[in-house]
Design a protein around this ligand. Structure first.
Ligand SMILES: [Zn+2]
Length: 317
């Protein structure tokens, strides 16, 4: 996860899209068709199973973009998705995030269920971990937690095929910046995968109803801090779902913008996008971001509340 006041100033001044190439005028929304889905499907989301996927990734070691450890994580993600019937695509590209430091190969992983709906919802997570000089940074929470949860979500959705077809699951590479964000200009460092993906769908953005990004959702002390740019209807739907499960205390606002993978989706592809993140995490970007800071319960709370929200928003009434 990334955060920078300076980036925000640039964003405020011109916006990502206005600084780069402009998106084509938005086409009419593709029709969205709700499908029947069990209102209790959210109960199937297992924090234990999500944590097992986090553990697998952490055991690969630090997983920066371009590393062999990240390729191992990719193989785990792809084989897990295939096992429950998801069709996957490797979106491969090369970029030079820091001028003068050479090109890096990046790979986003995109999963769709067979017979995908005409209009879908994107659920995203970054799966790379930050390069930190002199620190063996494992990214159990930052990179690991949301990716483990997304694999568990994929398993649950696959039990309801028509509902699963309403989603596009995206595992972003290159979310983390190579250099400190305090000194970085807006791009090309950081959010590399989500910028590339957003550009790849911008001409057919009407195929996407909205996007949710998960990041850092496993902290034992769970306080989801929605950024101030969260679309009100999506934030409201999430809070309502949390309320219905008696978990409203775990969800609130951060009070500021947070620069994360939802930003390119919102600004470059013009898709309503919300970052579900717990930015109140003392071990953020330290060697202490390890498995012992995470809990089954926190992963289960975010997984179940998000799924409850999605059933309410997308299921047939
Ligand atoms: Zn991070």
């Amino acid at each position: 996860m990334v955060f920078s006041i300076r980036w925000l100033a640039i964003l405020a001044a011109c916006g990502l899209a206005a600084c780069g190439d402009k998106p084509k005028p938005t086409e009419p929304q593709a029709a969205f068709t709700p499908v029947a889905v069990s209102p209790d499907l959210w109960k199937e989301f297992s924090g234990e199973k999500a944590l097992a996927h986090v553990r697998t990734q952490v055991e690969f070691g630090p997983r920066p973009s371009g590393s062999s450890a990240l390729e191992k994580a990719r193989q785990h993600i792809l084989s897990t998705l295939a096992a429950s019937g998801w069709e996957t695509e490797r979106q491969e590209f090369k970029e030079t995030p820091v001028p003068g430091r050479g090109e890096t190969a990046f790979t986003n992983l995109i999963a769709r269920f067979p017979k995908p709906a005409a209009q879908r919802v994107i659920i995203g997570s970054h799966y790379d971990t930050k390069v930190m000089n002199g620190v063996r940074f494992l990214g159990a929470n930052d990179g690991g937690s949301s990716t483990g949860a997304l694999l568990e979500l994929a398993r649950v959705l696959a039990t309801a095929p028509a509902f699963a077809a309403q989603f596009e699951l995206v595992f972003f590479d290159g979310e983390e910046a190579v250099v400190s964000f305090g000194s970085a200009e807006l791009g090309p460092d950081g959010l590399v995968g989500s910028r590339h993906y957003a550009k790849s769908i911008r001409d057919r953005a009407q195929q996407y109803k909205f996007a949710l990004v998960w990041d850092m959702i496993g902290d034992k002390d769970l306080t989801v801090t929605l950024p101030s740019d969260s679309p009100k209807n999506l934030a409201g739907a999430l809070f309502t779902a949390a309320d219905q499960l008696g978990l409203r205390r775990n969800f609130g606002y951060y009070g500021q913008q947070i620069l994360d993978d939802h930003v390119p989706l919102a600004t470059l592809a013009r898709i309503p996008a919300m970052d579900i993140i717990d930015f109140d995490y003392p071990a953020w970007h330290t060697s202490g971001d390890t498995l012992d800071k995470l809990s089954v319960e926190s992963l289960e709370i975010v997984g179940r509340v998000t799924l409850k929200m999605l059933i309410s928003e997308l299921g047939a009434k």
